[in-house]
Ligand binder design. Structure first.
Ligand code: F6P
Length: 363
């Protein structure tokens, strides 16, 4: 009988519970026991935060958004903010304590479900001797080694639905609606939802944009009796001569900056230059919420089952990846090397241009 532990780290994404469901059931099929670590590594740091997961415990969780285990993006065990006796916050490396607890619980392996940050931590643990298998999660779809991450399809569906709804207001009021979507430094959510949701302009981090091109497109719409426009802006997009706009820097225990604000900037520029009634909105965490789409559920369930097959084969320090049509195992070190960007030579970009969408450049 083997005992395994599963954790979910970083921002939540629809499909996390489907992975947990699949891991628990695939393990039970083999007579293995599964434990869940609450809030990322908390359960491995404090064993009271470990929870035994049986098939009964995960019955019916597949369609539920979020994660039944909880998550955090401030829980890096190699630099965790801890309050000392004087009430000051210090960054402490608690990784040895985690390894000790892992051994004490006699765990066979750890399934770490997460995005780039969590998988990087997982790899560091693998280097310290913990048998780890990664499962790729992020709505941003920015992990290079896998064709898709779960959560992305649901986020795109949510953003597309929002764009559909915004059309009626934009059209009724002859307005420009600027919608900021998530995605960090990759434009996947913006590009997919923008094409599917009938955007007139899509601004992605991969193409630094010229605001004049966007305004030309809007003015051209007006000339052709389309007195409203929809502009989708990825949170990591930036003007040719500008910077990425952030809402916050250096949150304690978090290495990444918090992006946000470019949508409003674009809306202000359009209003000033064209004098058009312009509104901006940030879709924000709506994109991370709700029930996973069928595609995401299936992908998440397949990831979970494949992770257990990898555990059975002893394929550690690897991440399960979807390399259509099959699942494969990719070394974690390769999986975290770089972020996956929108390929500007892809048919999706060509499609956007062909149907007249402005991508912020002069093509
Ligand atoms: O990585 C997922 C993601 O939703 C990004 O798209 C976004 O920039 C970030 O997380 C937001 O993080 P938080 O939930 O901490 O605001």
């Amino acid at each position: 009988m083997r005992k395994i532990v599963i954790s979910t780290g970083g921002g939540d994404a629809p499909g996390l519970n489907a992975v947990i469901f699949s891991v628990v059931n695939s393990a039970a099929k083999r007579g293995w026991e599964v434990y869940g670590s609450r809030s990322g590594y908390k359960g491995l740091l404090d064993l009271d935060e470990l929870v035994r997961l049986t098939p009964k415990d995960v019955e019916g969780v597949t369609p539920i958004g979020g994660t039944i285990l909880g998550s955090t993006n401030k829980g890096d065990p190699f630099g965790m903010p801890v309050e000392n006796l004087a009430g000051e916050i210090q960054m402490v490396d608690v990784s040895d304590r985690i390894i000790k607890n892992f051994k004490r619980m006699n765990f066979y392996c750890h399934i770490a479900v997460g995005g780039d940050g969590s998988l990087e931590i997982a790899h560091r643990f693998a280097q310290k001797g913990m048998p780890v298998i990664g499962v790729p999660k992020t709505i941003d779809n920015d992990l290079e080694a896998t064709d898709r991450t779960f959560g992305f399809d649901t986020a795109v569906a949510t953003a597309t639905e929002a764009l559909d709804k915004l059309h009626s207001t934009a059209k009724s009021h002859d307005r420009v609606m600027v919608v900021e979507v998530m995605g960090r430094d990759s434009g996947w959510i913006a590009l997919y939802s923008g094409i599917a949701g009938g955007a007139d302009a899509i601004l992605i981090p991969e193409i630094p944009f010229c605001i004049d091109s966007v305004c030309e497109k809007i003015a051209d719409n007006d000339l052709h009796d389309k007195n409203y426009s929809i502009v989708v802006v990825a949170e990591g997009a930036k003007a040719e001569d500008g910077e990425v706009i952030c809402r916050g820097h250096g949150e304690l225990g978090r290495s990444e900056v918090v992006l946000g604000g470019i949508g409003e900037w674009v809306a202000n520029e359009i209003r000033e230059r064209l004098g058009k009634d312009t509104r901006s909105l940030v879709l924000g965490h709506l994109q991370r919420g709700g029930s996973p789409t069928t595609f995401d559920r299936l992908l998440a369930i397949r990831f979970g089952a494949a992770a257990i097959r990898m555990a059975e084969a002893g394929t550690f320090d690897h991440m399960v990846a979807w390399t259509p049509p099959d699942m494969s195992a990719v070394p974690l070190v390769d999986a975290i090397r770089s972020r996956k960007k929108v390929d500007l030579a892809s048919d999706k970009v060509a499609t956007a241009r062909d149907i007249g969408i402005c991508l912020g450049d002069d093509k």
